[in-house]
Design a protein around this ligand. Structure first.
Ligand code: THG
Length: 268
């Protein structure tokens, strides 16, 4: 499973402060720690509602800073095309855009950037009119629409990571199975397309959130989820991913599992 490190996100107060004060050392440490933990991408979000006009400038500072610290591609997390392009212009390697959805206007903004910069893209299975649909069939239909539209722009299906969108279990007891069903449906109907999720919304409003997040991650892994946005410095969570991948037959001779053990990465 490809891990997208979630920590460089200005919804976190200390990150917001570091970005505003241009505290390079703070950001570099977050990048370094997540890389050491096993991240394949680092999500970068600077969408401060209070200062939207600064987002492009923030990216222009963050992207080169992070990429001179760690040799990883970034997942540019923003709702607006202009800051996304400011980030992509300075990005080395194959970036990921977070995100597009089934809204035609959104697709018209994002897919040209995906094509121009040859990146990957996260596609949320939601739309402007319908919001986040209540059934997996409707979410799948949006995924199909997005796949068809992407093709018109020459964006390969293998570069699209569909995010079925996790909603809190505490508000609807079927939200976990709805998510897992959507995941399976995408894998089954959209061939080479990838799947991704930030999982932690599932446990919102419940006690022992870490327990719920860990078990949910393992269930998603069992349904073939390809990538996850999470905290790669969480050793227990990362140990579960390593064990889960080995159990899912993705680790010939259990070699990765054994080397993770030797590196002390399996202590939960
Ligand atoms: N899908 C997509 N993008 C996403 C999400 C998703 N981007 C945002 C989010 N969900 C994933 N990113 C985060 C970032 C931070 C936290 C959660 C999700 C977070 N941080 C707490 C903090 O730092 O205080 C807690 C972290 C901790 O416990 O260590 O909650 O679903 N496409």
């Amino acid at each position: 499973m490809e891990i997208i490190g979630e920590k460089i996100n200005t919804t976190r107060k200390d990150v917001q402060k570091a970005v505003r004060e241009r505290d390079a050392a703070f950001i570099q440490e977050l990048a370094q720690k997540q890389a050491e933990g096993g991240a394949a991408f680092l999500d970068v979000n600077s969408g401060l509602a209070l200062y939207p006009e600064e987002e492009a400038e923030d990216f222009a500072w963050l992207v080169p800073l992070i990429q001179k610290t760690v040799d990883l591609p970034l997942c540019i997390d923003s709702g607006r095309p202009q800051p996304i392009e400011a980030a992509l212009k300075l990005h080395r390697g194959k970036a990921m855009i977070n995100s597009v959805n089934g809204d035609p206007a959104k697709m018209g903004e994002i897919f040209p950037l995906v094509k121009k910069y040859g990146c990957k893209v996260i596609a949320l299975t939601s739309s402007r009119e319908g919001g986040i649909p209540a059934t997996s069939e409707e979410r799948l239909k949006i995924a199909q629409t997005i796949a068809t539209e992407a093709q018109k722009y020459g964006v390969p299906l293998g570069d699209i990571y569909f995010d079925p969108l996790v909603m809190a279990l505490s508000t609807q007891h079927g939200n976990g199975t709805l998510f897992l069903e959507t995941l399976r449906g995408i894998k089954k109907n959209l061939g080479e397309a990838k799947t991704v999720s930030g999982l932690s919304n599932i446990s919102f409003g419940l006690p022992k959130r870490r327990l719920m997040n860990q078990v949910f991650l393992v269930l998603a892994l069992g349904c073939g989820m390809d990538a996850a946005i999470l905290d790669p410095t969480d050793k227990a969570l990362m140990a579960m991913i390593r064990a889960g991948e080995t159990l899912m037959g993705k680790d010939p001779f259990c070699a990765k599992y054994i080397s993770a053990f030797r590196e002390g990465r399996l202590d939960v």
